[in-house]
Design a protein around this ligand. Sequence first.
Ligand code: FAD
Length: 385
Amino acid sequence: MKAIIIGAGIGGMSSAISLENKGISTEVFEAVKEMKPVGAAISIWPNGVKCLNALGMGDKIRAIGGDMQSMAYYDYQHGTPLTEFSMKPLVQRVGERPYPVVRAELQDMLINHYGKSRIHFGKRLVNIEQDQHGVTVTFEDGAQAKGDFLIAADGTHSVARPYVLEQSPPRRYAGYVNWNGLVTVDEAIAPAAQWTTYVGEGKRVSLMPVSENRFYFFFDVPLPLGLAEDRLTLKQDLKKYFSGWCPAVHHLIDALDPDTTNRVEIHDIEPFDTFVKGRVALLGDAAHSTTPDIGQGGCAAIEDAVVLADILHTHSLGIEDSLQRYQQRRTVRTRDLVLKARKRCDVTHAKDPQLTDAWYQELRSETGERILAGMCETIEGGPLG
Ligand code: FAD
């Protein structure tokens, strides 16, 4: 059995590794000539880490993961804690740690585990055809490839999605802009082993420890779509949006490098229930594009990969039957994640300012119990518990 995999991102590479671990051969095709992940870093929550453990990459993710011992929300004006608590109870309950990782390191980890020289770079999918024997794909350069089935992990702008759905669901602007990057750890900005988030005015500034004594930072600001802002104006834009915020936030703005800071207008797609058409399956953001507000988009792609390979390995009624079972298993879980992220997004970014003010008040009496319980529920909803 051979799978064609489109996309060498988190979803595509996790699928390739997962399928090969189960004895299914794969061929991976990636549009770009060189991988340049959008976004500086990503948090892999324990549900994603458990899946990476199952794929045989546990040691590797631990080696590149940041040491995140505690979590805190700080008041935006005074820079003082609203709540601060250990993440130990979460780790103990779910049986695994979260790992914030630099995206490029995660991407390298996956690609090198599979074998970089085996991936066909510079192959942009433009057409899909299938019959009862298999799938034929055509690339922009006219080349073709054949397989028994196709995994389309071609991201949020998926060209396979309209083929599978026979329509193109629009991407929905979530109402805020996210700037993200890496800086050297500095305790004048936040404690080194803590996930720290400054909140106020429907905005947030967040810091997570990643490898080699660096913070992954991000700023969120509710803004209209399509503003003419770029690297040249980045520091002055952030200074303006965060005017009146505490010194630690301004310290961060001073420390960041505009040339390596990304600006992303955050979108998602209304969840849909069709991931599969015959021998073609969508996976990762192609299937469920989410806002990053609960940090689960990439984790969900890794979950997809583990579930898909497991079903193909353990069922014998044919590829189409197995892909239908994959769809059944994944649509419910991923709808839940997309909608949870959207709800969190709206509260964080003051879609209804009263609800956001109530949340700021709640944080003052938070012991960590409620927040960690919500996170544990999301984590334990994953395929490996
Ligand atoms: P992608 O990573 O988009 O990869 C798709 C690949 O397909 C790309 O390499 C692309 O070049 C290739 N491709 C596209 N079209 C074609 C084509 N026609 N032919 C061939 N190849 C093609 N998730 C988390 O789990 N935790 C987080 O903390 C987190 N934080 C985030 C923060 C931000 C600001 C954003 C925007 C997202 C965040 N996410 C997070 C979500 C996560 O980045 C995505 O869910 C994840 O990258 C999806 O992986 P993917 O492989 O499905 O898609």
